[in-house]
Design a protein around this ligand. Structure first.
Ligand code: SF4
Length: 262
């Protein structure tokens, strides 16, 4: 977790993109803020620029990094208020992992709330529980990634254990914040019926019923090449429509409200 400050002691946040008119990062039309930094290294990550800058030897010139004060960023995000209002949209904090810059992210959430902007936090859950709890208390929707229940599989493909991630999800279960689960569907990692059944078994014990199934795609392959990063998913084909539908149906059959997203 990092905190940067400007010359006057104000918080500074670092992003690698701010995407306007996003329609896959929560309800309505949204602006999605992509923060740098992530403690995980998912083999299928489609935003490797989030962590490339913290690994020596990767060209920052490939990255569109920008530092903001909270006020500067909110002013930028407020440009699209008419679209948020008409569509029921708002602001999504994503990355990378927004809680890697927790102080800035929480201050951004608080400021958006004061200005009556709907907020969503797209998180891996790989964060201190107190930090996640504070962020949850200041946002309207959590988008929570669930990648694998088997810890050995989780470690092998993301670089970290899922123990804290699952504990944090249980902690969120006790809070009054709307939470959507996001399952990246990754061939050879978590796409077999037993792996999905293990997720269903875990989620059954919670209040969470909305599940977005996000099929693996190869859109980021070029980024890995440009950044000089090893692409562990090279040659892996995206799941077919039938395979995605089978997973959707498995969640639906277990009483969940599954959506196929991207
Ligand atoms: S948690 Fe998200 S941003 Fe971080 S490495 Fe995994 S997919 Fe990428």
């Amino acid at each position: 977790m990092r905190t940067d400050r400007d010359g006057g002691g104000g918080l500074v946040g670092r992003t690698f993109d701010v995407k306007r008119f996003a329609i896959h990062d929560g309800p309505g039309i949204r602006s999605t803020v992509f923060f740098t930094g992530c403690p995980m290294r998912c083999a299928w990550c489609h935003n490797p620029e989030a962590f490339a800058l913290v690994e020596p030897g990767h060209a920052e010139s490939e990255l569109c990094l920008r530092d903001w004060t909270v006020e500067e960023l909110v002013r930028e995000l407020e440009r699209d208020i008419p679209y948020y209002d008409r569509s029921g949209g708002g602001i999504t904090l994503s990355g990378g992992e927004p809680l890697e810059q927790a102080e800035f992210s929480i201050e951004l959430l608080k400021t958006c709330r004061r200005r009556e902007l709907h907020t969503a936090l797209d998180t891996s859950g790989c964060a201190e529980s107190g930090v996640l709890e504070k962020a949850a208390a200041n946002c309207d929707l959590i988008l929570y990634d669930l990648k694998a229940i088997d810890d050995e599989v989780h470690r092998r493909w993301t670089g970290v254990s899922n123990v804290t991630i699952l504990e944090n999800l249980e902690m969120l279960d006790g809070l009054d914040v709307e939470t959507w689960i996001r399952v990246p569907l990754i061939p050879g990692v978590n796409d077999d019926p037993d792996a999905i059944e293990a997720m269903i078994g875990f989620l059954r014990g919670t209040r969470f019923r909305r599940v977005s199934v996000l099929p693996y795609h190869r859109i980021a392959a070029g980024k890995y090449a440009r950044l000089g990063l090893t692409n562990r998913m090279a040659g892996v084909e995206p799941p077919s429509g039938e395979e995605v539908e089978a997973v959707r149906a498995q969640f639906a059959g277990a009483g969940f409200d599954p959506w196929v997203g991207r």
